[in-house]
Structure formats: structure tokens, C-alpha cells
Design a protein around this ligand. Sequence first.
Ligand code: FAD
Ligand code: SF4
Length: 523
Amino acid sequence: MSRAFLKHIDQQITKPKLSNHERAVFVLHDQLNLDVWPSWIREEKPLLIFMESAEKGNELPHHKKKAIYLLSSMRHFALECAEAGYPVHYHSTKKHFDDGLNEILSENEELNLTYMAPSEWDSRNRLRNVRSEFLDRVEEIPNNFFLADVEEYKERVKDGWLMEYFYREMRRKTGYLMNGDEPEGGGWNYDEENREKLPKDHPVPEIAKTESDDITEEVKEMVDSWYGDSFGESENFTYAVTRRQALYRLNEFIEERLDEFGPYEDAMAHGKYELFHSQLSVYLNNGLLLPTEVCNKAEEAYHNDNARLNSVEGFIRQIIGWREYVRVYYEAMMPEVREANHFNFTERLPEMYWSGETKMNCMSECLKPVIKEGYSHHIPRLMVLSNFSNLTETDPKELNRWFHLSYVDAYEWVVLPNVLGMSTFADGGVLASKPYVSSGNYIKKMSDYCKHCGYKISKKSGEEACPFNYLYWNFIDKQRETFTNNGRANFMVNMFDKKSEEDKKAIWESSEGFLRKLKRDSE
Ligand code: FAD
Ligand code: SF4
């Protein structure tokens, strides 16, 4: 494949002669940290193979910043390995990883290959096909980028075991915030203290921006030229792309934002996208940061009185709890879960997810940072973007595809459980105990969006009314079977049934009119 945009790699890495090597290690784009690879690799410094695959890149029209991040961080890592004395072969292929490896192994009969099991299902199958083809020349080692043992928890998670119990086991195993067998402060979870709205004019620290270097600029040029029609903006790329830069971001978060992470974890604010969130998923998910070092730092901040317990507990829970849990869920539920669609919704994604253009201020505000940066924090993902998709009866697979290609931190193992399990209830309730849907009141309670909106939050139906208000009740009514059978949510059906016939008619009519006029993706 053309190496037109690999100038920096080609200038800085002396191409090794593959026939001189007997042992090589294939490092995938989301495994960029040799500390978790077996120690013989660091001792023997075998040939490292990296690969850019056009076919992998073309599987989805990934956000331009996501493509830039993935490729730039892999190139930086490959260059660092070369500087550290590893022979590095940086391969570029029009085809897929497995084709590239097949080619290399066929042409170099003495070469033996080790790879770490990919966290994504299809990539794993592809590499296993290479292993079958070359039998004893190819070795798979377990994926060591996660903390929980999948086999230990898989069956329980498949049976609907709640995250909260998984999390307690992980707390005991890792020892984070534990006093012997007891949780620090006496409680496992302090979320009761973590539901505050951001007060007006409350200061929010800026996140440092990393300036792009020539390597990132070269990747950007390539992405603009080859993937110009992909989603999102490529301008002003400021993500960290090296471990050193990612560590800087981690320290900055611990020092400046962790303390207020807890109280404002669920808050949203006009024009402020990260608030006190870490924005570290991007770096955790390709190995620039490791979950243990992130949690160690957070716990240390608590012990040094630099961050309150409800913030630190909440943050550590996201990592050793939710992050690990969704990965076990993925392994337990694949591949059948890809087709999950509990409500049998078939509608295409609303067009606004691509353009960001809508009169609904909450949607527009939550879509802006996705289009610009490929990021938003958890609550916009769950309570605005997914909520609206559910209420507009959108096919959850469409939403899952959109999340997968739009976010810089998205890989199938994490996006799929969050969308098909958590946010759309597509799996029928294995991961979530009830569907995450809400009226506009939740958005009003947790943000200042409604103040700037073209719709009126106080109106329940009619042209001017907040669409979340009537669509929510319409959803409860239409999906009453699911809610009636759910002890935690059946009261909603009773509430709808108690409404006057006039109110019900207004809800149905407003919903029908809104859904009929809603512009959908015509792709
Ligand atoms: P913080 O709020 O600072 O949280 C700290 C860390 O905890 C995150 O960096 C992340 O590693 C981890 N974490 C928190 N919640 C989850 C979760 N539910 N699942 C897995 N890890 C979690 N996360 C991704 O990493 N990639 C995705 O593609 C992704 N897609 C999502 C789609 C939907 C619909 C929803 C509801 C959630 C999704 N999440 C995803 C989970 C979560 O929203 C993001 O991890 C988080 O918003 C990342 O921002 P942050 O680093 O600022 O997180
Ligand atoms: Fe969103 Fe409704 Fe509030 Fe407008 S009024 S911002 S549509 S919740």
C-alpha cells in the first residue's frame, strides 16, 4: 500500500530485514503499552509488528478525530519502541490485519509470531484464523489490559447479575478503598451525594490541550485526504497521543477535577462539555493509561485529603466496576447480542445525529462536542442522545453504529454493552434493570439547557411543548408490557393510565405529529 503519508515513520525507523528474525510480536492499535505484555518481550526486545489496515479503517466511517487519534498514537508508540531499541516493522496494507500477517508469515518461513488476544470479537477471529493457518508458528496470549477474569464472572453476568455486586467483589479483590473487609467510610456507593446540578457561574477548570506535532499533522492530512467524507471535524486536534502526554492529563484530572467529579457527575451545562469528568477513556482504551495506575492515583488523592470520598469512590467504581463489567458482559453475550432489539424498533437514526441541527437545545448541545471532538460524558450519552433515540423508536443497532463510529473512545467491547445493554434495553434487561427513558424534567433538573431552548419545558403537549415530555408518556403507553412486568417501573404505567382522556389524546397526537415530521437518516 502507498506509504505517501508514512514519511515520519519511514524516515525515523530503519526497516528491519524480516528474514533475519525468528520471533515477532504483533501489537494492535489498542494494545499500546508493553508493561502489561509478558516480561520476556521487554527483556529480549523481539521484532515488533504494527499494522495500519485500510480495510479495518473502512469498516465504519469513523470520526476523523478518532482516526487521527488511533493512528497518531500508534505511530508515536512505534517510534518510541524503535528508540528504545526494538526492531520495528510498521506495515501498511489495503487489506485487513489477517491478510497483512498472512503475507508476512508466508514470505518469512522462519518467523514465529505472538499476539495478544484482541478485545474485539472480529479482530480476535481474524487473528485466530491466522493462527489456524500457521499452527505452531503463531501463539495467542491472554489479553492483559483488563482487571477482571472473564471466565470467573461470565455466567453470572449473563444471568443478569447486577453490576453493584460485581463491583463489590472487585473492590475486595483490588483492595481499593477497603479497610480490611469493610468499605472505606462504611458505604459501598455514595451516589446519593453525586446528583447535583452545576451552580450558576461555578468555575470549571480547563483541560490542557496538546499541540499537534508533525506526526499528528501528517496523519491528519491523510485522514482529510482519504476519509474526508467521514463523520466529524478534524480541525483543532488536541488529544494526547503519547503515554507521557496522557500521564500529564491523568495528573491534571487528579489535581484539578477529581474532587468535584462526584457531586457534578450527572450535571450538564450549556457550552461546557467535560465539566469534572476525566476524559481518560480515550487513553485507557488503547493502553496509553492502565486502569490500575489511574485508580491508584485517585485513591492516593483521597488519602492525601486532595479529593472527597464520594468523588473518589464514584470514579473508581466507573473503572473497576462499570468498565470491567461491560467487558465481561461483551464476552458473555457475543455474538448474538449484536442483533438484540427488545422493542423491535426499526426506524432509521434521526438526521440530527449527523448534522447536530435541531431546535431542541439539549440535543444540539450534546451533539456539538461529538461532532467537534468525538466526546461527551456519560449523561449526555445516556439521558439525552440514547433517551431521544429510544423515545423516537429508533433501531438500537443504528444508534449503536452511530456511537461506535462517532466517539474517540469507542471499541465494540465497550460501546455495544453500553448501547444495546444499558441505554436502549435492547437485550431485554440483562444489563439494565429498567429502560433508561425520561421526560424533559430530568434534563431540566440536571442542566441549564431548557433555558436556551426553542421548546417550552413547562408545556406537556402541542407545537411548543418539549418533545421529551409527550414522547416519554407515549413510550410508556406503547411499551406498557415491558413496564408492567418490571417491579421498578410499573408505577409509570399506572401514572399514565390515571391521566385524563384529553391529556392522553394530546400526548398521542403530539407524538404522532412529531414522529411523522422527524427527519430520519436516508442513507
Ligand atoms: P469519566 O466519567 O471520567 O469516568 C471514568 C472512566 O470510567 C472512564 O474514562 C471510563 O473508562 C470508565 N467508565 C465509566 N462509565 C463506563 C461505562 N459505562 N462503561 C465503560 N467504562 C466506563 N465508554 C467508552 O469507553 N467507550 C464507548 O464507546 C462508550 N460508549 C458509551 C455509549 C453509551 C450510550 C453510554 C451510555 C456510555 C458509553 N460509554 C463508553 C461509557 C461512558 O459514558 C464513558 O466511558 C465515559 O463517558 C468516558 O468519559 P470520561 O473518560 O470523561 O469518563
Ligand atoms: Fe431539551 Fe425539552 Fe429542555 Fe428543550 S425543553 S432543552 S427539548 S428537555
